[in-house]
Design a protein around this ligand. Structure first.
Ligand SMILES: [Zn+2]
Length: 590
């Protein structure tokens, strides 16, 4: 299909009119004799239909016999039947909505249905679903040439959400429903063969985008209505069947908009996070996680199987500061784009994602045939937990370098690159050795030095470089298990974390960062000043433990966080000592 095909008579005139007042449409004679080129046929049919006169002649142009279709427009006859209709829909670009204009043109000619404007395979297959859905819902299907144009043309159109706007566009072009009404709403939905409207992914970002673009109403599958209703200035109208859409657009039926109360969701869902109160003992690990939460540091937990690493990591989101409304919306948009919001309007808790080590590249960072956000983005504003850390393939972990650095993932597509947000706290967990019992006092480790080195050597160096804290997680002691005194609740820990975070926000207000973990060497120099005792202490540790320059910086950052937790402006020697403890991996094996 020719992309430059004129869409309206005016466009056609501008392009092809000649001085003698007729419209010439030239094309070469490569078409078999007796068979007109499909373009000229449909254009002449289109013009005849609008009151034009068509003459086919053959001319000698540049010594080539050229087929010229001369099209005369009769000024006295007015077109009676305009067969172009427009509808509007939203599609997804990363986790943002993209407004798409769907133009449907019917022109006499052999029945043919073409979709232009970079449709992907699923959009291209839409014609079969739309045709069957229309017929099974009792509507006529035009026996003409149907051209569907999706604009903007340069961006690939993906997914099945275009079915509904295309079906409505065809009905509008046939004059079966109010064309103006159809142009004023956003239509989103996949059609099943019997005309039911099926859910799509990403309705939350689509609704937000529609609202931003000044639309007042959006018709979409009822399964998606609740998440879309978060865009509260938009009237979100849930539909189950194509016939309801037609009845609504013809004014013969009304649909009650879905409303959600954002404040109410906020209050209802904020509770129910997993609590540290339920974890007996493990005070050292809990303290480490508190430091991590307070400074936004990434963590590596090292401990035997059954020590409770997963259980502890799962409780980290519960001591991080509460999500702000903006963060909640961002994280919800990611879940909506992935189709994981599960009819919950808004996520108000920080996400915890724990992908298995066999996960695919696209599963971890996003992408795929129909692009979707990966686990790194689903963990946005929350925690990404990688258990069995050394089992993850090195090249898949390398994919995490960009999100750990920039807080986002970029995926290159054929025509455009997509960006998904991915700012998370990384919590990695590993056994101390292949058998898992090194350093465990209950059981004997049987791993050789070589085996051990190979196991630890599997950890991706560049990722390890972005982890500030190494926390040893010992097996739970029997006395702790038996203890009946409740542990400190997460809410109390969160209060300290928030206070420490607020100190950091004040300090970094002019630096473009918000947490100690994000400090660059220039910030460290400015904010991590040590007195002489501190300097000597750290110099001694570096030489005794053989710490690298990187480890040196990490210790300073973590010490800064510990000082913040203690409401101290200066880093004291005991802050440093605690921070040095959290470098166990440097100490014992590298
Ligand atoms: Zn072992």
């Amino acid at each position: 299909m020719d992309e430059d095909y004129p869409k309206t008579l005016m466009e056609f005139e501008k392009r092809f009119s000649t001085e003698d007042g007729c419209l010439d449409y030239l094309h070469d004679m490569r078409w078999p004799d007796g068979l007109a080129c499909p373009h000229s046929r449909s254009i002449s049919a289109w013009l005849t239909n609008r009151g034009g006169i068509v003459l086919h002649v053959t001319r000698q142009l540049d010594s080539q016999p050229t087929h010229v279709v001369r099209l005369f427009q009769d000024p006295h006859r007015e077109s009676t039947f305009d067969m172009i209709a427009k509808t509007y829909t939203c599609s997804l670009l990363g986790i943002d909505g993209l407004l798409v204009e769907v133009e449907v043109d019917l022109s006499p000619g052999l029945p043919y249905f073409s979709t232009v404007g970079l449709p992907d395979n699923i959009v291209r297959e839409s014609k079969d679903r739309v045709k069957t859905a229309l017929q099974n819902s009792g509507y006529p299907f035009p026996r003409e040439r149907i051209t569907v144009n999706l604009a903007p043309a340069h961006l690939k159109k993906e997914g099945a959400g275009f079915d509904l706007p295309i079906a409505v566009g065809i009905l509008a072009a046939m004059g079966l429903l109010d064309r103006q009404m159809a142009e004023q709403v956003i239509l989103v939905g996949e059609l099943s063969l019997d005309g039911r409207v099926k859910p799509v992914t990403g309705s939350l970002p689509m609704a937000i985008h529609a609202q931003k673009n000044g639309y007042g109403q959006m018709l979409l599958p009822e399964e998606n209505a609740l998440e879309a209703a978060v865009a509260d200035e938009l009237s979100v109208l849930p539909v189950k069947h194509l016939t309801e859409v037609v009845a609504f657009l013809n004014g013969s039926a009304t649909i009650a908009p879905v409303r959600v109360d954002r404040e109410q969701i906020w209050h209802d869902h904020i509770t129910g996070e997993m609590d540290f109160e339920e974890v007996k003992g493990q005070e050292h690990t809990k303290r480490g996680l508190e430091v991590a939460a307070a400074g936004g540091h990434n963590v590596l937990m090292i401990g035997s199987p059954g020590a409770g690493k997963t259980m502890l990591a799962q409780r980290l989101p519960g001591i991080l500061p509460l999500l702000s409304h903006e963060e909640a919306l961002e994280t919800s948009k990611v879940f909506s784009a992935a189709g994981l919001l599960n009819n919950q309007p808004l996520l108000v808790q920080r996400p915890f994602r724990s992908p298995h080590h066999t996960i695919s590249d696209a599963g971890l960072v996003g992408g795929g045939h129909i692009p979707r956000p990966g686990e790194a983005s689903l963990a946005h504003n929350g925690v990404l937990f990688l258990d069995e850390f050394p089992e993850f393939r090195r090249n898949i972990l390398d994919l995490l370098r960009q999100p750990l650095e920039d807080g986002q993932v970029t995926i290159a597509r054929a025509s455009i690159s997509l960006t998904y947000p991915a700012r998370f706290t990384l919590v990695a967990a590993m056994n101390p050795c292949p058998c898992g019992y090194w350093g465990n006092h209950g059981r004997e480790c049987r791993c050789g030095t070589h085996q051990m080195q190979r196991y630890r050597g599997r950890i991706s160096g560049p990722i390890l470089d972005r982890i500030d804290l190494h926390i040893e997680v010992p097996a739970v002691r029997y006395e702790d298990l038996r203890s009946t005194t409740p542990a400190e609740p997460s809410a109390a820990i969160r209060e300290r974390v928030v206070a420490a975070r607020n100190r950091q926000l004040d300090r970094f207000s002019g630096d473009g960062i918000y947490a100690n973990a994000l400090m660059k060497p220039r910030h460290i120099k400015k904010y991590c000043h040590l007195d002489d005792t501190g300097e000597n202490l750290l110099a001694g540790a570096v030489s005794q433990l053989g710490l690298s320059a990187r480890a040196y910086h990490r210790i300073l950052k973590v010490a800064r966080t510990i000082a913040d937790l203690n409401h101290q402006n200066d880093i004291a020697p005991h802050h440093l000592l605690e921070a040095i403890q959290y470098r166990s991996l440097d100490r014992s094996m590298f």
